[in-house]
Design a binder for this molecule. Sequence first.
Ligand SMILES: [Zn+2]
Length: 566
Amino acid sequence: MNALRTLVCVLGLAAAGFVRADGGEFLDATTLLDSGDPAQKIDLVFLGDGFTRDQQDLFNAKVDLAVHEFLNAHPLFALRSAFNIHRVNVASPESGTDKFSSCGGESTGDSDQQRRTAMDSGYCAGGGGTVYRCMLTSNDALALDFAARAPDDNIVIVLVNDSGHGGCARGPLTFFTIEDDFEEMAVHEMGHAIFGLADEYQYDKEDTYTGAEPTQPNVTRETSRDALKWADLLLADTAVPTQAHGTACSVSNLPGRAFPEDIIGTFEGAQYRRCALYRPEYFCRMRESQRAFCSVCRRQIIRTLLPKLSVDQAIRFTELLIRDDEDPWPRGEGEIYMNYDLRSRDTTVSGRWPGGGESSFDDDESKTINVAAGIVPEPAAGASASIALRVREDDWPDGDDSLENDADEPLPASGPFTIDKPDYRLSGDVQPAQLRVLFDTMEIKDDHDGFFRGAGDIYVEYTVSNGDVTVSGRWPNGDDTVGINDDETEQMAILAAAIPRPVGDNVLTITTKVMDQDTFSDDEVGSETFTFGGDTAFGTTQVVHQRDRSDYRLTLSVVGATQIIP
Ligand SMILES: [Zn+2]
């Protein structure tokens, strides 16, 4: 490794020109997400290798795909202000990457192929490695020098222009190909690079682990409950080990899932070993790329990002007055809904109220609504966030009526706002989003459904309050329901609320009402009010909480509070 470091140094000093000795040409650097000062943020840089000058549109489209998948993964979608994201366009002389007919002395099934590319990527760790699917480079400095064209470069992701299966990481560099569904794997790989998470899958050829306790937060060799890294997340009646091999390790793979998906415990088979290493839940994004992150990984993500978050702005709608519903019908009731866009920096958050359907208003009727409209980044200095609002009356059969007038107005940095138009008036406020409440999963034990079909049509009504500010909502949005069988877990993956942390003697209060929709009258599966008292209940120690009731189990994450305050 010393030789490599020396090489890095020499090349680094020589990298003054636009065209590297091996032919890579710097074209442009673009910031895709700007959350603030790079010194305070995690800066991700996307590079492309084996994309010629004519293939930059392809590269740009793949970056957009990866960024979209990353920013919308749960819980990252509620924490994106921890990141800046940049794209550096580099033209390679030739398209593709290096392939080898043998790797580590074994035949690969590929033919030898040498391509002259900007970062000299290749399978088998760029050549000379032992694992063929390890897509890497012969020379880290090539990628690092191009990444330095971005404003900052904490994590560097190199997309390699090949459709084969390959990915690998070294230091701040992560390489992977653009095979089908690569964007899902990209989020998994960033789980390693950004959050220090271990792989939770096993290889069949390696068996019993005999090494020391792994340093990563999401795998363990521990079989004593109290010594577990995630002991505080276990329910009292969960055994440790939770699910293990019943026979000799060499005989069987891990059996099928025997517990609900949201059960946190120890499941044997992790970090490439079939036996004697355990993962926290049966499924996780660090085991299968298309899955959601497990509770332990989610907690690690939140803990890592807390010090990087900005105090984003939470926008709430509090009251809607309809002066003229534009409805000519004698019944006098307008079926009102509104679409809106919240904008700040380069982010647009769009929404609709109500989530589905309409809300009936007479002329001159006002309603208290208290809904969380969304969170947006704090505006750059001298700028402000804005709201575009379109209020409509649902009409049939001649099309919906517009209420005068559509609005497009700036929002205050904090405090109340009013959008006052001839036909309507919307009141709301802007609050610092210090505390974020995420609903993660819903496990239905008994849906209270007497019907033979067995699937509950579940929805959840909730309120979140800090004593001063209350927001209310419903999962799923609008009038829909989610079919959940008894003893099954559904991903909720929503930001239920973003509000200031409680002050004085106030506490965070969350109420949930879990319902099963029924033809005649809906059944209540269970309802609950619970509180989190004081700052110690938030912060980095306790992040993931499970509310284990007789008929359902809600897993939620509380992100906050004092750590977000600058
Ligand atoms: Zn995990």
